[in-house]
Design a protein around this ligand. Sequence first.
Ligand SMILES: Nc1nc2c(ncn2[C@@H]2O[C@H](COP(=O)(O)OP(=O)(O)OP(=O)(O)O)[C@@H](O)[C@H]2O)c(=O)[nH]1
Ligand SMILES: [Mg+2]
Length: 461
Amino acid sequence: MFEALSSKLNGVFDRLRRRGALSEADVTEALREVRVALLEADVALPVVRDLVNKVRERAVGQEVIRSVSPAQQVIKIVNDALVEALGGGEGDDGRRGIDLNAAAPVPILMVGLQGSGKTTTSGKIALRLRTKDRKKVLLASLDVHRPAAQLQLATLATQAEVTSLPIIAGQSPMQIAMRAMDVARRELYDVVVLDTAGRLAIDEALMEEVAQVKLATNPHETLLVVDAMTGQDAVNTAKAFQDKVGVTGIVMTRIDGDARGGAALSMRAVTGAPIKLLGAGEKLDALEDFHPDRIASRILGMGDIVSLVEKAAANIDQAEAEKLAARMQKGQFTLEDYASQLKQIGKMGSLQGILGMLPGVGKIKQQLNDANLDTSILGRQAAIISSMTPRERRTPEILKASRKKRIAAGSGTSVQEVNKLLKQFDDMSAMMKRMNKIGQKGLMRGGLAALLPGAGNKRPF
Ligand SMILES: Nc1nc2c(ncn2[C@@H]2O[C@H](COP(=O)(O)OP(=O)(O)OP(=O)(O)O)[C@@H](O)[C@H]2O)c(=O)[nH]1
Ligand SMILES: [Mg+2]
């Protein structure tokens, strides 16, 4: 969803890079373009103004003009300001999920406009709480306005393998809510998710009804579900719900669509409520944590290494990962291990998808799409390694010209490619030694990122 904004900003920074040294006028001009890009992406005007002013203040204070890499400095400043505007810097690492820190049963109230995704998100949250947090969850639909609404939630409950409150015809939303809490207390549920009917922000009576339910159930979280596709409207909606009902967090749905990134940026600033979760599809497992830093870096086209690592970690065979990590820690990482990491990367799916998350490649993703990069690079590197003898794999130092020639011929590649692979492997080993003390997680992260073209020596994070 953030691609449009991302490529806009990339254009701005490309120009900055080409210029080298920045004059103060350049900074002002860059900020004007950033401002336009943000506005075009539907970021609310006051938020844009704020961000631009902050960046200008900081940039001048840090003497961007005399910096060695002025463009990088501006990117950093814009990025930091974006993260802040997105709600970063709060909580542990700036990310916040659902807060369940209250006496059970913890009520969670779902509110939002018609069709924003409340019922689907209720199901997603139930699934997540049951599986990840091992909570006993009760789903209850207070939607008496749409005939099939309660059945829809019951179906989702079945899919998520949680209980839904038995439907009793003729009850009011308030009665259902009270019954849900009652059942939850008696049957010792940990969490009760109360799904409400969609309403129009301007419908006073319905807004009043949900406000009453809120008063009666005293939810620990009141989550406003907004559709990212509504852009600037999402901000107005959020504001109306915040004023009339009061919300503790926002769930932004349909980020899998081609929505513009701006809504996320304005949400927090306009409502004061943090974005807690993202809906990324119709399926029940399509629920993501909101990471301000990641979204900011995606907006800037600076990549999203953290989600890359997560994606990788989820696909890596755990036992193998642990074995690898142990070897890395002992400094015993060999080309054989490298080959096995290559295989893991193959499992992660298309390389294009992974590349898209790496710094600087977001904008060339388009061109990569038909370049068939995935199989060719990984396949060739694996072929090179399998053309080596076991001894060569263990001690690549013995690889001199003649051996390299043989390997190149054996793998159908060139000596150049063999050299490149060895160089990459060297960089990676060196990095691993440096990261020795950071622990297993850090090691895996470094190992994987170093494997990917272009990420190796420049960003040994
Ligand atoms: N692509 C995509 N579709 C979603 C997402 N969340 C919900 N939907 C779809 O949006 C449609 C409406 O979702 P619901 O969960 O019924 O929305 P609601 O807010 O409960 O609707 P009302 O109760 O009628 O107000 C359904 O077809 C969902 O499958 C999402 O994150 N991505
Ligand atoms: Mg619904």
